[in-house]
Write a protein that binds this ligand. Structure first.
Ligand code: ADP
Ligand code: MG
Length: 317
C-alpha cells in the first residue's frame, strides 16, 4: 500500500525569541536595548521537519504544545512549509516552550523553558501515525523526559509497523546520557549524532574508536564533524566525506538538522549511502549560508540557487 507520508518526525516544539545587536549583557536590576528582534520557529526537530519537507519528502509531525500564541506560530510555520500537523496535540493545561537568545557579538546566552515537550510520551502518538508513514525520525530525546523513558518502545512500535527509523540524539543538557543505547540501537536503522555526542555516549576519545563501539549495535552510524564534513560507518566499514567548505559562515544553527534532512531525503528516494552523505554535507553547508536553521531553505529553487552560487554544485531532488 502506498503510504501517505514519507516521514513521521517525533520531537520537541518551541519558538526562538532572538534579541540581536545588544550593546552589553544585562545586569540584574538594569535594562538595556536590542536593535534587532526575531521571533521564529525553534527546536531542532521542527527545523529538520521544515527542511526535509521543502526538499520534497511528504512529512508529518507528532509532538505536543500549549494552546497559546507561541503554539499558533509553530503550527503556521510548519504548515507554511507543507508539514502535516494533524498529529500535533495542543494541551490547554500546558505552555508551548520558548528559548530566549541574547546575541552579543560572537557570544550568546540562552534561556529555555521546555514547556509541553517534557510531557509528551509514546502513548500520545496516535496509532494511525505509524501506519501512514514509511519512516520514523526522532530528535532531541534528552529534552523530552517522557519520550526518553519510552524510547525503546517507540522504536519497537515503528519497526513492528514496518517503518525504517533514524535518531539524532542532540546534546544532553544534564550530560547523563541515560538512554539504554544497547537496547535501543538494534531498532535504529540510521544513528545520526554529531562528533561531541558520539564521543560522549561511547566514552571514547577518537571518532574511529567510537564508531567501532557502535558496530554490531546499529547498521549505519553517521557522525557530523562540523567544518570537517562527516563520516559513515556501515557495519564497521568507515568512510569520511569532505565538506562543501563555507569560509563565510553566517551561523551554524541547525546545520546538523539540515544535514539530516539532506541525508534522509536522499535515503527515502532510494539513493545509495554515498549519495546520501554528499546530500547531507551539501544541505549542512547550505544551512551555514543564511541565518538560523531554516533561513536558506525557503523553497527548492532557493536551495538549488545557493548550491550553485556558494558551492558550484548542481542538485537534483
Ligand atoms: N563551515 C562549514 N562549511 C561547510 N559545511 C559545514 C560547516 N559547518 C558545518 N557544516 C556541515 O553541517 C554538518 C552538521 O554540522 P555539525 O555542526 O557537525 O552538526 P550539529 O549542528 O548537529 O552540531 C556537517 O557535517 C557539515 O556537513
Ligand atoms: Mg545536532
Amino acid at each position: 500500500m502506498e503510504k501517505q507520508f514519507d516521514i513521521l518526525v517525533v520531537g520537541e516544539l518551541n519558538v526562538d525569541l532572538i534579541l540581536d545587536e545588544i550593546k552589553s549583557f544585562p545586569e540584574i536590576g538594569t535594562e538595556i536595548l536590542a536593535d534587532k528582534m526575531n521571533l521564529s520557529l525553534g527546536s531542532s526537530s521542527a527545523i529538520f521537519a521544515s527542511n526535509i519537507s521543502v526538499l520534497g519528502s511528504k512529512t508529518a509531525f507528532a509532538g505536543m504544545m500549549g494552546e497559546d500564541s507561541f503554539g499558533q506560530l509553530v503550527l503556521s510555520s510548519l504548515s507554511s512549509k507543507n508539514v502535516d500537523t494533524r498529529f500535533i496535540t495542543q494541551d490547554k493545561t500546558k505552555k508551548t516552550g520558548a528559548t530566549i537568545a541574547l546575541n552579543y557579538g560572537e557570544e550568546r546566552a540562552m534561556v529555555t523553558f521546555p514547556g509541553a515537550m517534557k510531557d509528551y510520551s509514546v502513548n500520545d502518538i496516535p496509532a494511525e501515525a505509524f501506519k501512514l508513514a514509511r519512516h520514523l525520525h526522532l530528535s532531541s530525546p534528552f529534552l523530552q523526559d517522557m519520550m526518553k523513558k519510552d524510547i525503546v518502545q517507540l522504536f519497537k512500535i515503528a519497526k513492528e509497523a514496518g517503518m525504517t527509523t533514524s535518531l539524532d540524539v542532540q546534546w544532553d543538557p544534564e550530560e547523563k546520557w541515560d538512554i539504554d543505547f544497547e537496547a535501543l540501537l538494534p531498532f535504529v536503522d540510521v544513528f545520526l549524532p554529531n562528533q561531541n555526542e558520539l564521543l560522549a555516549i561511547s566514552k571514547m576519545t577518537s571518532v574511529e574508536r567510537a564508531l567501532k563501539f557502535f558496530t554490531g549495535l546499529c547498521k549505519v552510524v553517521v557522525a557530523k564533524l562540523g567544518s570537517e564534513g562527516s563520516v559513515i560507518s556501515e557495519n564497521g566499514a568507515v568512510k569520511f566525506f569532505r565538506p562543501f567548505l563555507n569560509n563565510n559562515v553566517v551561523d551554524a544553527i541547525g546545520a546538523g538538522d539540515s544535514f539530516n534532512s539532506g541525508f534522509l531525503h536522499a535515503m527515502l528516494k532510494g539513493k545509495d549511502l554515498d549519495s546520501c552523505m554528499e546530500m547531507g554535507n551539501l544541505m549542512g553547508a547550505i544551512n551555514t549560508t543564511a541565518s538560523g536553521g531554516t533561513g536558506a531553505f525557503t523553497s527548492k529553487d532557493e536551495i538549488k540557487e545557493r548550491a550553485i552560487q556558494f558551492f558550484n554544485k548542481k542538485i537534483q531532488f
